[in-house]
Design a protein around this ligand. Structure first.
Ligand code: ADP
Ligand code: MG
Length: 610
């Protein structure tokens, strides 16, 4: 005796709408049906524990099989099963009303939001109709004295329901695969889908005679039960061809939201590498997505690993997700955990922390730049390294340079180089004055410097070649010049003429006789503006057009060369000036092309002359 009926939902024909809009995500039908089977199995286990089910649990595997000839996929479980009444209630009413609710919501959205809903919405049982034109349920409840029930539906609002003599407890879902979904009849395709979504489900899933999942992945365990090897092994399972991670954080919280997971710090090195290995988001061990943009703070996207939370709403639009209170709390929690972990590493093992710095430094700076709360935490454990290779925290470094690098207006001037090789002459000159020089050559360092100048009190940064060494830190020490004012003026004119380049601003200065005869510098503010212009930042900067180069050429009045230029007659003086200027260019790495060739020739002539 078969019952025929009509499913009461508002929308007449939801099937074609869902099929069309969920197109790219058809494969999730398998995730949905397998997780239903897992849910049913776990519910039966709970009933057994409560004493409400007294029978034998027996083997509880979920079995997925495919029959190419019959064009069917079957998902069979030995869970709690459903009576005919329950099928009417749970499938006809709940599953279908869930689907129609989706369509209703969906219709209200604009096109962009629609795109985002797709794939985020757990379509549940109804998703079977994305790949099947007919679905059958054979089910028998665990409750004694109930008969097996058989339900069929072709995705329309019509269904049939009758009895069946299913011998065993549990549910078989049989999909009659539609003509346009042949791909899902390929075992290899099904295996790929199972591996993607079901690899860590808590009940064994069998496909083609083997179990495809780990029922207790390590993030579900207590950290105390786990060794470092366990964590590294798991990482390599997630990302087979990666170098081992630097360290990791085991997340575990159940109030005010529920979240478990493991975040790994990969080796990032100096580039913002293309992130192949993304963080995977799970909900109760079911893989959901590796698009975790809104759940994980932006700067933590460099991390790898797994986050599992049933509290992340998956069935809503992206904009809603961003505003969601649970998601915000999760964000804050993860940021805090990462900060705590770094602080702990720094405290417990300073040497190890310094060793890892080349890998984590970029990430820490990225975090400080993008998240103020993280800045507050990290400001005590972010490291800077000087050209001698020694590491300091910011407070340590300020302390270190305090005495020697204060300007007359009480500013601590921090000197840095972006290329210790190319700027060697300047690094050397600064060191000769007893100054320390930091290496700040990372991709984020120019932004980092800007941030530190805003945050640290009375502190400025200067690149070593921004000024002649004596002027880098303005201490108001009047320098004695051996030249008369007349001579200085003459010297300036001589050099200006010999150089004859408008971009070169010539100054005569009383430097130390040990300093170079000519020093070419690009003022700090000028270089920063040009940097900003180059990186496209600073928006309004464009109105200046392309900034002309404007260098300062400092002629060292106290260097013997100054005297020689003054004493030389006519052309010989100009030649000497030109030669000294070229030396300045050379120290700045600016001597190139024709000028370089001329310099080599002139040097040879000068050598031959004596
Ligand atoms: P959800 O899983 O979110 O509840 P679904 O549309 O996936 O929504 O399923 C609807 C309901 O149908 C489930 O809540 C459950 O009661 C029932 N159901 C689905 N599949 C099974 C199954 N294999 N065994 C027992 N009950 C099931
Ligand atoms: Mg479900």
């Amino acid at each position: 005796m078969q019952e025929k009926g009509s499913i009461s939902i508002h929308t007449e024909n939801i099937f074609p709408i869902i099929k069309k809009f969920l197109y790219s995500d058809h494969e999730i039908f398998l995730r949905e049906l397998v997780s239903n089977a897992v849910d049913a199995t776990q519910k039966l286990r709970s009933l057994a524990q409560l004493g409400e089910f007294k029978g034998e649990l027996g083997e509880l595997k979920v079995k997925v099989s495919v029959d190419k000839d019959a064009r069917t996929i079957t998902i069979a479980d030995r869970g709690l099963g459903m009576t005919a009444e329950e099928i009417k209630k749970y499938i006809n009413q709940i599953a279908f009303s869930g689907a129609s609710e989706f369509v209703e919501k969906y219709k209200e959205q604009d096109a962009a939001t629609k795109d985002q809903i797709i794939g985020k919405f757990g379509m549940g049982f109804y998703s079977a109709f994305m790949v099947a034109d007919n679905v059958e349920i054979f089910s028998r409840s665990y409750q004694e004295g109930t008969k097996g029930a058989h339900w069929t539906c072709d995705g329309s609002t019509e269904f049939t329901l009758d009895t069946t003599d299913k011998a065993d407890r549990g549910t078989d879902i049989v999909l009659h695969v539609a003509a346009d979904s042949d791909e899902f009849l390929e075992p290899a395709r099904l295996r790929t889908i199972l591996n993607k979504y079901c690899k860590f489900l808590p009940i064994e899933i069998e496909f083609e005679g083997e179990v495809i999942n780990q029922t207790a992945p390590i993030w579900t365990k207590q950290p105390a039960e786990l060794t470092d090897e366990d964590y590294v092994k798991f990482y390599q399972e997630l990302y087979p061809f990666s170098e081992p991670p630097l360290f990791w954080i085991h997340l575990n919280v159940d109030y005010p939201f529920n979240l478990t997971g493991i975040l790994y710090f990969p080796k990032v090195k100096d580039e913002l590498q293309f992130q192949r290995n993304k963080i995977q988001l799970y909900s109760r061990q079911v893989f959901i997505t590796d698009e975790v943009k809104d759940v994980v703070p932006e700067f933590l996207m460099l991390l790898h690993g797994v986050i599992d939370s049933p509290d992340i709403p998956l069935n809503v639009s992206r904009s809603f997700l961003q505003a969601d209170a649970a998601v915000k709390k999760i964000n804050t929690y993860i940021t805090k955990k990462v900060g705590d972990k770094l602080a702990e590493l720094y405290r417990k093992d300073r040497a190890g922390y310094e060793e890892k710095w080349s890998d984590i430094g970029l990430f820490v700076k990225y975090g400080m730049l993008s998240d103020d709360k993280f800045y507050e935490k990290a400001k005590d454990f972010v490291l800077v390294q000087n050209v001698a290779g020694k590491f300091f925290t910011l407070p340590e470094y300020q302390e270190f340079v305090q005495a020697n690098q204060k300007s007359k207006d009480e500013q601590t001037v921090i000197l840095y180089t972006t290329d210790a090789e190319a700027q060697h002459a300047f690094v050397q000159a600064a060191q000769d004055r007893g100054y320390d020089v930091l290496n700040l050559n990372g991709p984020l360092d120019s932004h980092f410097i800007g941030q530190l100048e805003q945050k640290l009190e009375k502190t400025t940064f200067k690149r070593v070649d921004a000024e002649t060494a004596s002027k880098l830190i303005d201490k108001d020490e009047a320098a004695e010049s051996v030249l008369s004012d007349d001579d200085k003026t003459r010297l300036q004119e001589l050099f200006t003429k010999a150089i004859s380049n408008e971009q070169m601003h010539v100054l005569v200065e009383a430097l130390s006789p040990q300093d170079a005869p000519v020093i070419i510098t690009l003022p700090e503010f000028m270089r920063r503006m040009k940097d900003m212009q180059r990186t496209g930042g600073g928006g309004g900067m464009q109105m200046f057009g392309s900034l002309p180069d404007s260098y300062t050429v400092s002629i060292n009045a106290n260097h013997p060369v100054a005297q020689r230029v003054l004493n030389a007659e006519g052309e010989a003086g100009a030649q000497l000036a030109r030669q000294a200027f070229d030396l300045g260019l050379l120290a700045q790495g600016m001597l190139k092309g024709e000028a370089l060739t001329a310099f080599v020739k002139r040097s040879a002539d000068l050598l031959a002359a004596e």
